[in-house]
Design a protein around this ligand. Structure first.
Ligand SMILES: [Zn+2]
Length: 459
């Protein structure tokens, strides 16, 4: 008897342990098999000839702010942005929602909000604000991918940082509960000192803002985080690294047996301080956008495998929060969930200009934006790959086509993005989550609440 399948994606070049022309057969929301083109029948078909099939991106770092600051973003708009940009799983940070995700009750509230509205699958980070173990146990039991903490001011009053000895105690508590620790690494004392110096100069512009958050503050904080991870045995994930300067410390720690991974963001790889001056507060973030020299060093580290993954750190706000009277008062955060995969693919293709076959570039994108984040957060092999048994989270795209991100196409709520007006190479034709199309030809087509919660499997 012939085997039956729900869906066959026919004729695409599938990025999965290489690049091969395969039909992707889907049953029950999962990839059932990759077969020679035309080798099997299915109830429905998608003609994907001429397209690449890539695993959907797993965005390890977004702030959708719901419940609480939903006017800044929210699960429905944020997840529609993710789907249209080829991201099929988002991992939401414990702040700037209200309440912040610090215990079982707030975790349940966040999960319920996402289950009502998200069109893509999601996982959740909890917060690490003290060494108090009961709330950490609640987060671990409920399936948090890990907990996030700050070595400097978090930017919101309800989410305290981990000063002095508090860091080691908090890491020990996270280790005891089996939770991965994500840290925002900027040294508080050095930032304060540099801020005082910067504010002495007029005007309070974005150059002054950048000089208030020097590379050395990041390097010093990464060193402190690695030392605390070594002392406690905690697993560490350095979020949004802006400069390659800290990577020597990371490499030394790894060779000493510390379990540490590193994330960077498209905005540090695509923009430099000239762009910051042009784009204004839309590109304000912490750590700040650096020089073109720093950007090139970061690319070298990413291509050389010294950076594990790229995530958007999508952190929008209400438009007026970016229009503050001076750069220091404006909200820091970049709107970027929709442009994660497009911006990285375009930038990587441009760098490889002259290479006739883009498959290697697509493999690099699939590794750094899908496979590696899924692995690090315990979501692999269910997420992050196109292979038998995995969820059928698939992006179909044409690398020959160019397109421009117009304001009307921006799905996310703030209406601002430093990527508006930018032309990308690689047009996404469709995004599938668990075998169902959630975005197709410019339109988000999933019902709110289609997205499901994904728990890490650390077995
Ligand atoms: Zn963030």
């Amino acid at each position: 008897m012939a085997r039956t399948f729900d869906l066959a994606i026919r004729g695409a070049t599938v990025i999965s342990d290489g690049a091969l022309p395969r039909d992707v057969l889907i049953r029950g929301g999962r990839v059932a098999a990759l077969v020679e083109p035309g080798a099997a029948d299915a109830d429905e078909e998608i003609d994907a000839r001429g397209l690449y099939a890539l695993p959907g991106a797993v965005d390890a770092h977004v702030h959708f702010n719901e419940p609480g600051r939903t006017v800044w973003e929210g699960w429905e708009r944020g997840s529609r942005g993710a789907a249209s940009g080829g991201t099929t799983t988002v991992v939401d940070m414990p702040l700037n929602s209200l309440p912040p995700t610090l215990d079982g009750v707030s975790f349940d509230a966040k999960r319920a909000a996402a289950e009502r509205s998200s069109v893509v699958d999601f996982a959740l980070w909890g917060g690490l604000v003290s060494a108090d173990r009961p709330p950490l146990r609640e987060l671990a039991e409920r399936g948090a991918v890990g907990v996030k903490g700050f070595l400097c001011d978090s930017g919101v009053p309800e989410f305290p940082s981990l000063p002095g000895a508090a860091l080691g105690d908090a890491l020990a508590a996270a280790k005891a509960t089996g939770l991965l620790v994500a840290l925002h690494c900027e040294d508080e004392a050095l930032v304060r000192e540099a801020t005082t110096a910067a504010l002495r100069q007029a005007p309070r512009d974005l150059d002054a803002w950048s000089s208030s958050r020097p590379v050395e503050a990041e390097r010093r904080a990464v060193a402190r985080a690695c030392a605390a991870a070594k002392a406690t045995g905690a697993s560490l994930h350095v979020v949004h690294l802006s400069s390659a300067a800290a990577l020597d410390v990371v490499a030394l720690s790894r060779s000493a047996g510390v379990d540490v991974s590193v994330e960077t963001c498209p905005h540090y790889l695509v923009f430099d301080d000239d762009d910051l001056r042009r784009a204004g507060a839309a590109l304000k973030c912490a750590p700040p956008i650096r020089s073109s020299r720093e950007r090139e060093a970061l690319w070298e580290a990413l291509l050389g495998g010294r950076i594990d993954l790229v995530a958007s750190d999508h952190s929008p706000c209400a438009a007026e929060s970016k229009q503050a009277p001076d750069a220091f008062a404006a909200w820091g955060g970049v709107t970027g969930v929709q442009s994660l995969l497009p911006s990285m693919l375009s930038a990587a293709l441009r760098r490889a200009a002259g290479t006739p076959d883009p498959a290697a570039i697509l493999g690099f994108i699939a590794w750094r934006l899908a496979a590696r984040p899924a692995q690090r957060l315990g979501l692999w092999p269910r997420k992050g790959r196109i292979a038998a048994g995995s969820d059928a989270d698939i992006v179909l795209l044409d690398v020959r086509q160019k397109w421009t991100l117009e304001p009307a196409a921006l799905e996310t709520r703030s209406g601002q993005s430093p990527y508006l007006g930018r032309t990308f190479r690689g047009l996404i034709h469709a995004t599938l989550v668990r075998g169902r199309i959630v975005y197709r030809d410019g339109r988000s087509v999933a019902d709110p609440g289609y997205g499901r919660f994904v728990r890490p499997d650390r077995g």
